[in-house]
Design a binder for this molecule. Structure first.
Ligand code: ATP
Length: 253
């Protein structure tokens, strides 16, 4: 019996910078349609791992597979076209543009256009239609014409997810989506992430320091420590793992 390829598979990912080993033989398999969390103390290598998967950093050793296809040599743009989406720890929206314009630019990508604000959005412009739909999906339809820079931090995070969804990804990497979000905005953001996973069927891999939020969301948790995966299991099993308790919870995270 044949098994479908996992959405994402990392094989022996290593990354050295000078004398420093940042990632050390990371193996990780993320099943299609699952939601996986990555945790670990500050400096464990979580963002670097996302950089390797999204193509911003080239691993010294190992390979990255997306839906069974080796993408290790592909550019960031080609990975995005292959279905990989990513958000960053810090906000990446264009503050001077409206929420709609931010999403419309991204919505041009799967339609074969390069990013452009100059493309005149005539009546029935497909990218504009998609942009309104994605804003509606994250609950920002009524703020479509607000400058992104004037949105609350939580709404900026939602806008980043609308931008991400406009590129129609199958696998999304969320780097600390709750970072800096006020407690009043957390529930709305969690709901957006849940719907992205459940309704759109996106495979989600998420780095998040808010363990209380993360553990209630994900199917599995990978624990990164000094650039290696020391545990990869259900949230309950990971939290009960003595190695994890010593390595992660004992450290200042
Ligand atoms: N370009 C680089 N040059 C040298 N060292 C780097 C570089 N990028 C990352 N590092 C180092 O690699 C280690 C891992 O960094 P990384 O940002 O991936 O950790 P992290 O787990 O995401 O941390 P945090 O939870 O604080 O975001 C850190 O010690 C960092 O200083």
């Amino acid at each position: 019996m044949t098994h479908p390829s996992p959405a994402l598979a990392l094989h022996g990912i290593g990354l050295r910078i000078g004398a420093a080993t940042i990632l050390d033989g990371v193996d990780l398999t993320v099943d299609t349609g699952s939601m996986v969390g990555i945790i670990g103390p500050n400096g464990a290598g979580k963002t670097t791992l996302f950089n390797v998967v999204s193509g911003l950093a080239r691993p010294t050793t190992g390979s990255v597979e997306l839906d069974g296809r080796d993408i290790t040599g592909l550019s960031v743009q080609r990975r995005a076209r292959a279905g990989l989406g990513r958000t960053f720890q810090t906000s990446t929206v264009f503050a001077g543009l409206s929420a709609l314009e931010n999403v419309r630019m991204a919505a041009q990508v799967p339609r074969g256009h390069s990013l452009s604000l100059l493309r005149f959005p005539g009546p029935g412009d497909p990218a504009t239609t998609v942009a309104y739909e994605r804003l509606d999906e994250v609950g920002l339809a009524e703020r479509a014409h607000v400058r992104a820079g004037d949105l609350s931090h939580g709404d900026k995070r939602k806008l980043e997810i609308a931008v991400l969804l406009a590129v129609e990804p199958s696998v999304v990497l969320l780097d600390e989506p709750m970072a800096g979000v006020g407690s009043g905005d957390v529930a709305g953001l969690v709901d957006v992430i849940r719907r992205m996973h459940r309704d759109r069927g996106c495979t989600v891999v998420m780095v998040e320091h808010h363990l209380d939020v993360l553990l209630g969301l994900v199917d599995k948790v990978a624990v990164l420590h000094f650039g290696s995966v020391i545990a990869y299991d259900s949230p309950v099993n990971v939290m009960e793992n003595p190695t994890v308790q010593q390595a992660y919870l004992g450290a200042s995270a």
